[in-house]
Design a protein around this ligand. Structure first.
Ligand SMILES: *[C@@H]1O[C@H](CO)[C@@H](O)[C@H](O)[C@H]1NC(C)=O
Ligand SMILES: *[C@@H]1O[C@H](CO)[C@@H](O)[C@H](O)[C@H]1NC(C)=O
Ligand SMILES: *[C@@H]1O[C@H](CO)[C@@H](O)[C@H](O)[C@H]1NC(C)=O
Ligand SMILES: *[C@@H]1O[C@H](CO)[C@@H](O)[C@H](O)[C@H]1NC(C)=O
Length: 148
């Protein structure tokens, strides 16, 4: 771990660009993109060369450049629910409305979505693993306005 940190520091010192490009939120979004098939190239603006993801299509940041909204409505995305998005620390709005997100969902998928207050997964191909999902949403009912 320490070794990695030292290595990272050395890399940063040798290349400011590389260091800046390691934005935490952008890294998470890129990983989410890797897990999805994007036949319409809806995520083509999600470029590896950007320091922050704030100008990427579907992404909105707050004043500190932290991503608080991910709105991928009608992007024609195919694949499993990208639960890694829950690792965006400031995420409060998430919409995947009208895509082809498939597979099953469980409460675990949302376990780290701590600040989420609006979730829209309508018009997808999801099967919900209802027990754990219902329990999860009962727990966070006061925070979540809109569910599936
Ligand atoms: C989400 O994106 C869709 C399509 O770009 C847009 O029509 C809709 O208004 C957006 N929703 C919010 C809450 O910003
Ligand atoms: C769903 O997404 C498709 C592809 O982007 C679009 O053509 C269609 O109008 C959308 N439907 C709704 C109800 O938003
Ligand atoms: C989701 O859709 C993709 C593309 O159609 C397919 O390859 C995959 O098997 C589907 N996954 C599930 C769990 O249905
Ligand atoms: C999901 O988003 C669509 C498009 O913005 C909207 O028409 C629909 O009412 C939303 N559903 C929920 C549960 O918020």
């Amino acid at each position: 771990m320490l070794y990695c940190l030292i290595l990272l520091l050395l890399l940063c010192l040798s290349s400011t660009y590389l260091c800046l490009s390691l934005n935490h939120d952008a890294t998470i979004l890129r990983q989410a993109k890797l897990g999805l098939s994007d036949p319409a190239q809806s995520l083509s603006s999600w470029s590896e060369n950007d320091v922050t993801p704030c100008h990427w299509r579907g992404i909105t940041c707050d004043a500190t450049s932290a991503v608080f909204s991910v709105n991928l409505s009608s992007f024609m995305l195919v694949g499993p629910f990208p639960s890694i998005l829950c690792r965006l620390p400031s995420l409060s709005f998430l919409s995947l409305y009208n895509n082809s997100i498939n597979g099953s969902l469980s409460g675990d998928d949302f376990a780290s979505c701590r600040n989420l207050i609006h979730l829209n997964l309508s018009e997808n191909l999801l099967v919900e693993n209802s027990d754990s999902l219902t329990i999860y949403f009962l727990l966070v009912e006061s925070r979540v306005n809109s569910v599936i």
